[in-house]
Design a protein around this ligand. Structure first.
Ligand SMILES: Nc1ncnc2c1ncn2[C@@H]1O[C@H](COP(=O)(O)OP(=O)(O)OP(=O)(O)O)[C@@H](O)[C@H]1O
Length: 539
């Protein structure tokens, strides 16, 4: 084959950037093939591909029409690539042979990259993973790939297996590979689907334990209970390495001497961390990983300014930020995008939907008194602990607690008027099986992982679809099934539609009139309710 034709065929329709690929040229020359990029460009959508092949055909035609002139241009380029001044015929044919090898190598690599892209697409389809962003790394096929692809330390793989994690969950498959490739990410996956490990694992792989220079990673959580739980999970996963993982307690935030303190990872609520930064000189300028867990709640709590100030304090240019939640409204995503760089968006399943493992029921109880009767009846018929009951305020939590304690049920309560220790005890008691029923306010709705909660009861109708998704998501976790019962009264009826839509979209049934209710402007509502208690104060 003539040099001109060969190179025309090779590069037809392709803009070959010689400058960019100069390294490859050099390696081809030496006969050392370059390692194919794992993070290949994603396949162009069908339409684009068609358009591209049309363009290719056009450009081929054009090249043919242009004749020798254009061919010689490419020949020149090809000669430069080989770096040889081809003069005589013998040399020429030798070069053609070398060129042939290069062509084959180039095509082989291209095919390999295409196969890789296909493999990633198949995995994503299988695990219902949806991504947006360019050059998104392939999802993990297994935890073993952490070692083969990313050089993960054996202690971490050992800990995964000790914790009983055999296969990565879908969000772990995709978010871990994204974070390990140094990209920022928004991740939205169902409640109980293992998001915590998805951000902890890359963090522990990337930062060095005990390195000097201050905090290397920050995890922000909306509640103290969740921060405590995440700290525990992080310590379990890091076992065997001397990571210093600190939970930002009230005392630490107010009195901590951070200058002399060794700390690799800080887990905190936003206000406590902000206080430590501003009043106790906690330096976050070397933070490499910043995670906003339950990110929509963090922004929703009115912490935008606090979060902004923390984001600014984490001023390292190489920082990798990530946002995780089971619900990610557009508004929050748009807000978060303003602080992120080239972030990949990962959604597992359907965005903002409830876990499909939960059997959901909406029950009309008429009035407040009707709700109490329905609850008592349901406990009398079958009480399948542990059960979590959500109410809308601490006053109502206290009232319901009195009622159920009166019934001789092993019940506990958690709300914002309790001390941090009392709140933690209530959580621990449910975990240990000492209490069967835990009455809670919204404070427990986010992120808390109680293994085996069989049933969540929304005694008070949740104030939004996302509150509903997170509350009922305390059951049906880690592949287990769960149940969610939601009471509603006449007053709640106008707000049923949003919740009914969530129920339907996760595969459960509701009467058709519920989804046909008029759409409301506001996504949030709070009903003023009659008191729960039918007991007098003397009781
Ligand atoms: N790969 C895995 N295999 C088995 N279990 C896992 C795996 N990863 C996590 N888990 C378990 O799944 C449960 C839920 O995980 P996690 O709390 O991270 O969920 P989440 O997605 O953050 O939920 P939420 O949205 O409610 O915060 C935990 O008990 C955890 O130990």
């Amino acid at each position: 084959m003539e040099k001109g034709k060969l190179s025309s065929a090779l590069f037809a329709g392709t803009h070959f950037d010689r400058k960019r690929f100069s390294g490859d040229f050099a390696r081809f020359r030496k006969g050392v093939p370059p390692v194919p990029a794992l993070e290949a460009t994603p396949p162009a959508p069908e339409k684009k591909r068609k358009r591209k092949s049309k363009t290719n055909a056009k450009s081929k035609k054009k090249k043919r029409a242009d004749g020798a002139a254009s061919a010689s241009e490419v020949v020149e380029g090809f000669s430069v690539f080989k770096g040889v001044e081809a003069k005589d015929a013998a040399e020429d044919s030798e070069e053609v042979e070398v060129g042939k090898d290069v062509d084959e190598e180039f095509l082989r690599r291209r095919k390999e990259a295409e196969r890789e892209i296909e493999r990633a697409a198949i995995l994503r389809k299988r695990f219902d993973i949806h991504i947006s962003g360019l050059n998104v790394p392939a999802p993990l096929e297994s935890f073993e790939e952490l070692v083969s692809r990313y050089g993960c330390d054996s202690y971490l793989v050992g800990n995964l297996s000790k914790l009983g994690y055999q296969e990565p969950t879908p969000i772990q498959r995709q978010a871990i590979s994204i974070l390990l490739s140094g990209r920022e990410c928004f991740a939205c996956a169902p409640t109980g689907s293992g998001k915590t490990l998805a951000f902890l694992l890359p963090m522990l792989m990337k930062i060095k334990p005990g390195s000097k220079g201050g905090v290397k990673a920050v995890i922000l959580c909306p509640t103290r209970e969740l921060a405590a739980q995440t700290t525990r999970e992080c310590k379990k996963l890091a076992k065997g390495r001397k990571f210093s993982v600190k939970l930002m307690t009230k005392d630490l935030s107010q009195d901590g001497n951070f200058k002399d303190m060794h700390c690799d990872i800080v887990v905190s609520t936003p206000l406590r961390l902000d206080h430590a930064v501003k009043k106790r000189d906690l330096d976050l300028s070397r933070v490499e990983y910043l995670v906003l867990d339950e990110s929509d709640k963090l922004f929703e709590l009115g912490f935008v300014e606090v979060i902004d100030s923390i984001v600014k304090a984490c001023s390292s240019p190489s920082i990798i930020r990530s946002l995780f939640s089971a619900t990610l409204p557009e508004t929050i995503e748009a807000l978060a995008r303003t602080i992120m760089h080239d972030a990949v968006r990962v959604i597992v399943g359907r965005k903002n939907s409830a876990s499909s493992l939960i059997k959901q029921k909406l029950i009309f109880a008429g009035t407040e008194r009707g709700k109490l009767m329905a609850l008592r009846q349901s406990f009398a018929e079958s009480l399948n602990p542990p059960v979590l009951i959500f109410v809308q305020s601490k006053e109502r939590a206290k009232e319901l607690y009195k009622e159920l304690a009166f019934d001789d049920i092993r019940v506990d309560v958690i709300h914002g008027d309790l001390t941090e220790e009392q709140r933690q005890d209530a959580v621990d008691n449910l975990r240990a099986g000492k209490s069967w029923v835990l009455i809670a306010t919204e404070v427990l709705a986010r992120g808390m992982d109680f293994k085996g909660v069989n049933c969540v009861i929304n005694y008070d109708f949740p104030e939004s679809a996302s509150a509903y998704i997170h509350r009922i998501g305390r059951s049906g976790r880690a592949g287990r099934s769960g149940e969610a019962i939601t009471f509603f009264t006449e007053e709640d009826k106008p707000f049923l539609r949003n919740i009914a839509n969530v129920v339907v979209s996760s595969g459960c049934e509701v009467p058709s009139w519920m989804v046909a209710l008029p759409k409301l402007k506001s996504r949030k509502h709070r009903v003023d309710r009659e008191p729960i208690s039918v007991l007098s104060d003397e009781d």
